[in-house]
Design a protein around this ligand. Structure first.
Ligand code: TRP
Length: 457
């Protein structure tokens, strides 16, 4: 596709906000707390932070380089930069990962819509923690409602995608993200001041390294990749819309900080509140949905109108955060089909939406009527989550770092990081060092450690 036909992100802030909009989503507010809770808390969080800093940010720069240099969708990018090689498979597998993630992510995104409805009809009032657990389980276990919301969520995503990159993505990120951040801050303050919150804070801050196993490492690494939208060409596709003067390293750093900040804030909302009302931190994928309504009830119970307004606002913003993420996942698949198979953008988008609807519905059913059907002991929903977050994304990240660190011409990499020599980027050398050695070797070790070939933990 001709360079000049491709749309660009308008401003610098737009670049950061759109990428951060992709990164910040259910991964931070839903998945991070539940993974942290399942994996013992503080020690997991420390390893997660290490993965974000040491692996995540440099690999993000790597994805940016591939995307901006090639100005193509992620599979096309490898074909342009490494013509005639098998590298295109890294891109293709990335597209597949995006497709699978979008399918089950839409299910959870759909739950946020149900909660917008519950908040708006004031149905949290007077309920106890056990009530919230029961209602939630009845809801996700039922067939139609979650299915309806997931499909609706995909249709909304579809609508925005077909309106185009600039208008759709950039505009929606600009106002909502800062608003969400402020609201999360308010909720965190409320949550830590609930009675009995101290134990939750300890859970977040006091690492117990005796609980660290190989799978804690894999989970933390997977969470870092998932939360940063890394390892499947999502940020590579976004970077293909970046301008020549976008500072790649700074953008990666900003996105990493914003994304991690939101996740940590979410932790400070969920765990103090969970311990305060007696919900187990390892409640799994329901954790956020059964804990948060309690925060609104307890912290603002004295001022019903405030509790009402804040809870509606929160779920609306959460749904929008999820939307900026589903848009980015959808965009990867749509750009791929559009550019590689010469389909119109509308037709490409329709195929993606339709396919995800089918898989999404199956994922949703796998939590209720289809609970009995498992593969490797996992429901379809959990299987999609495991395979993508813990295998495909870190695996993709490993190949991306090898590609940029070893395959690409050094001068090209330097040229991209320094914008043709116009920027002085002091961390250029560390970034390249990580891409060449630390990331490929580190990810490989975490993989084989999990399989048990090498027993370190
Ligand atoms: N990072 C997003 C979140 O935290 C989800 C997401 C969007 C994603 N695009 C991605 C995850 C690409 C992995 C890869 O909610």
């Amino acid at each position: 596709m001709n360079k000049d036909n491709r749309v660009n992100f308008g401003s610098k802030l737009g670049v950061i906000l759109a990428s951060a909009g992709s990164a910040v989503g259910l991964g931070n507010i839903w998945r991070f707390p539940y993974e942290a809770g399942n994996n013992g808390g503080a020690a997991f969080i420390l390893i997660y932070l290490g993965c974000v800093l040491i692996l995540g940010m440099p690999i993000m720069v790597g994805e940016f380089i591939i995307g901006r240099r090639s100005r193509a969708n992620t599979a096309g990018a490898y074909q342009k930069l490494a013509p005639g090689t098998q590298w295109k498979w890294v891109g293709r597998l990335g597209v597949l990962a995006g497709f699978l993630i979008l399918s089950y992510y839409s299910v959870v995104a759909g739950w946020t819509l149900e909660f917008v409805g519950e908040a708006a009809t004031n149905s949290f009032v007077g309920k106890t923690a056990t009530d919230f657990i029961d209602t939630f389980n009845a809801f996700t276990g039922s067939a139609w409602r979650p299915m309806f919301w997931a499909i609706l969520f995909l249709l909304i995503t579809h609508f925005i995608i077909t309106k185009g990159v600039e208008k759709g993505i950039e505009r929606s990120s600009k106002i909502m993200m800062p608003a969400l951040f402020v609201l999360l801050l308010v909720l965190a303050v409320c949550s830590v001041s609930l009675p009995g919150a101290g134990e939750g804070i300890r859970f977040l801050l006091k690492p117990d390294f005796s609980k660290v196993t190989a799978s804690v490492f894999l989970s933390a690494m997977g969470q870092a990749f998932f939360s940063l939208s890394l390892g499947m060409g999502c940020l590579c596709t976004y970077a293909s819309y970046f301008k020549k003067d976008t500072h790649l390293a700074k953008t990666a750093f900003s996105v990493g900080i914003i994304d991690t900040g939101v996740a940590i804030l979410a932790g400070f909302i969920i765990f103090p509140a969970a311990f305060s009302v007696g919900i187990q931190p390892d409640a799994g994928s329901s954790l956020v949905f059964i804990t948060l309504p309690n925060v609104f009830q307890q912290a603002f119970g004295g001022v019903p109108l405030l509790a009402y307004l804040l809870s509606v606002l929160f779920y609306v913003l959460l749904a929008i955060a999820a939307l900026t993420s589903t848009i980015s996942l959808h965009e990867v698949c749509t750009a791929y089909l559009h550019e590689e198979f010469k389909l119109t953008r509308n037709r490409a988008a329709t195929l993606v939406t339709g396919g995800c609807m089918v898989l999404g519905v199956l994922c949703s059913l796998s939590l209720g009527v289809g609970k009995g059907y498992t593969l490797f002991g996992l429901t379809l929903f959990d299987l999609f989550d495991y395979v993508t977050a813990k295998i495909m994304l870190p695996g993709g990240g490993m190949f991306i770092s090898i590609f940029v660190g070893w395959y690409l011409d050094k001068r090209l990499v330097k040229d991209e990081i320094t914008n043709g020599g116009t920027l002085r980027v002091r961390i250029y050398k560390p970034i390249v060092f990580v891409l060449k050695y630390v990331a490929p070797i580190g990810i490989f070790f975490i993989f084989i450690n999990e399989i048990g070939l090498l027993k370190m933990f």
